[in-house]
Design a protein around this ligand. Structure first.
Ligand SMILES: [Zn+2]
Length: 257
């Protein structure tokens, strides 16, 4: 397809876990400009950025919520930065955890990748509102859910995402796929770039085959059974690609850009 400008999207949406220093003021708190979207607040340092992302939230939030049906629909908190902390990241969610509890969080949208902003905002909004039974999804599947919904809502980002996924190297073994299904927010920081890429890839394969409803069923079943996360075996059974790495690879490598 010859879309080099779309290339650097893969593995750019990490969840960032930080310990919150007792009286730290965050980028979200410091940003001087504010836009109230009706679905939460967008802040930033440049009026044009804040207005644009505010518009995107207003447009995308109700559509994300309609698909996800969150239990709480907590108002979103977004800050648009000129220089995000991770220079490779176009958007990510900062989660501040103290003694195992989430004490603060906000979405960061970077100044790079403007043509992907709708996709990035939709993706991060999925993380934001994936509460209730969605908490039972392994992280890779939450990423897959976020990418799948963002693909549905933004055709430009979808094209870029599919291009990136087609260029992830094939998995070497089925164990790699199973390992991706065991990744958690806690283990994410210790993963290599290739393992993170694999987690997004596995998440998208599963999400695109099961759809939002299939993922919801898995999550609700895990909640009924009282298991913390949907077990990898259950995901593999539902996907229907068996334990054959070739079939998994073939499911997404058919149209390299
Ligand atoms: Zn994500």
């Amino acid at each position: 397809m010859g879309l080099p400008h779309l290339r650097p999207m893969r593995a750019v949406l990490p969840l960032v876990l930080l310990a919150l220093a007792s009286c730290a003021s965050t980028e979200f708190d410091r940003a001087p400009l504010t836009c109230d979207t009706g679905f939460g607040t967008v802040r930033g340092f440049a009026a044009e950025d804040v207005e644009e992302v505010g518009r995107l939230v207003r447009d995308l939030a109700p559509r994300v919520q309609e698909i996800l049906r969150p239990e709480h629909a907590e108002p979103v908190r977004v800050v648009v930065l000129d220089t995000p902390a991770d220079p490779n990241a176009k958007a990510f969610t900062h989660e501040f955890v103290r003694e195992g509890h989430l004490v603060d969080r906000f979405i960061v949208v970077g100044s790079e990748g403007r043509h992907l902003r709708a996709f990035l905002v939709a993706h991060e909004c999925v993380h934001w509102w994936a509460d209730g039974p969605w908490d039972r999804l392994p992280l890779a599947l939450e990423e897959g859910l976020a990418d799948l919904i963002a693909c549905q809502l933004d055709p430009v980002g979808r094209e870029a995402k599919l291009y990136d996924l087609a260029h992830v190297p094939p998995a070497a073994s089925f164990e790699e796929i199973e390992a991706a299904l065991r990744v958690t927010r806690e283990t994410w920081a210790g993963l290599t770039a290739a393992e993170r890429e694999r987690a997004y890839w596995v998440g998208y394969v599963v999400a695109s085959r099961l759809g939002v409803d299939g993922l919801r069923e898995l999550a609700e079943q895990a909640a009924l059974d009282g298991v913390r996360f949907v077990p990898p075996e259950r995901v593999v059974d539902r996907v229907g690609l068996g334990r054959n790495v070739q079939t998994w690879n073939a499911s997404i490598h058919r149209s390299p850009g």
